[in-house]
Design a protein around this ligand. Structure first.
Ligand code: ADP
Length: 277
């Protein structure tokens, strides 16, 4: 067996799905000594909707941020398909990885159309973007993704600030979809939304990603939403992976290990209500 074959076999995840994102022994020690990632290893399969679940401070956000280079790693290795992710390769992968943010990160005074087109930052020089000079194919694509997230033409010229929270996150998702990324990183995308809107937005993100074969790494702290939407759950606690598997395997005992001794997470189950009362 060749070295490449051994490597790819090692990277295959349960059920034989090839790994799309692969993490090996990731460590991130912040300057104040906090180990936000303390030896994280996991593989995420192509097209999976993978929820990173855990209490506040468990390292979810740091994990997502190291993937797109917003935070540097202290040690460890990451690969996207066969590309090693590092500061050197960051430029090359920028258009392959998009992000959806907790607070939407829209320019509130700018129009919905401008906010969505801002997702082309990896393809359009910033001076052209500043002047609003986007090529026709991107304008067409912006209309396509805006429709895909359930907004319509009347929303295009509206200022982002005039939209509801749920609509603003739809714009955030449209912006992420614009360049058809291979990977979407969603950092607590529904933390600012009420439960009914959260379900709509997560459903939309999952379906839209699935349609274009994108892999999603989505951090959440609500166990009920993780169970409902995830193809796979990676449970983190204090910078370590304490659960990695299909949602039906995330039982009361696994949930207890994730949250033991901590305050109850939002979206707690009956088990948690008892355990954390
Ligand atoms: P989560 O997303 O699960 O809430 P984070 O990744 O934001 O967790 O944080 C993990 C740990 O790292 C926490 O203890 C947090 O206080 C710490 N941390 C996060 N960002 C920084 C930073 N920029 N500097 C120092 N410590 C940080």
């Amino acid at each position: 067996m060749s070295v490449a074959a051994i490597l790819s076999a090692a990277q295959a995840i349960g059920g034989g799905v090839p790994a799309h994102l692969s993490f090996r022994d990731l460590r991130k020690i912040y300057a104040d000594g906090v180990a936000a990632l303390d030896g994280v290893s996991a593989n995420v399969g192509k097209g999976e909707f993978c929820v990173v679940l855990g209490p506040s401070g468990s390292g979810k956000s740091t994990l997502l941020r190291v993937v797109n280079g917003l935070t540097d790693l202290t040690s460890g290795t990451m690969t996207l398909s066969d590309t090693a992710l590092s500061p050197k390769t960051l430029r090359g992968i920028r258009r392959r990885v998009a992000m959806v943010h907790q607070q939407f990160n829209l320019v509130e005074r700018a129009s919905v159309a401008s906010n969505v087109l801002a997702g082309a930052v990896a393809e359009v020089p910033s001076w052209r973007a500043l002047l609003g000079w986007y090529p026709d194919h991107l304008r067409d694509r912006a209309c396509e993704v805006i429709a895909r997230v359930g907004l319509d033409e009347i929303h295009l010229p509206r200022r982002a600030a005039a939209l509801s929270g749920g609509q603003q996150q739809r714009v955030g998702i449209a912006r992420a979809l614009l360049l058809r990324p291979e990977v979407i990183l969603a950092d607590e995308p529904v933390a600012s939304l009420d439960p009914a809107i959260s379900r709509e937005v997560l459903g939309l993100l999952r379906e839209a990603a699935r349609e274009q074969g994108a892999t999603v790494l989505c951090s959440l702290h609500q166990t009920d939403l993780a169970r409902e939407f995830a193809d796979r759950i990676i449970g983190m606690r204090k910078g370590r992976v304490v659960f990695d598997g299909a949602p039906h395997l995330f039982d009361a005992a696994a949930e207890g290990r994730l949250y033991e001794g901590l305050t109850a997470p939002v979206g707690q189950s009956a088990y948690q209500e008892k355990a954390y009362a």
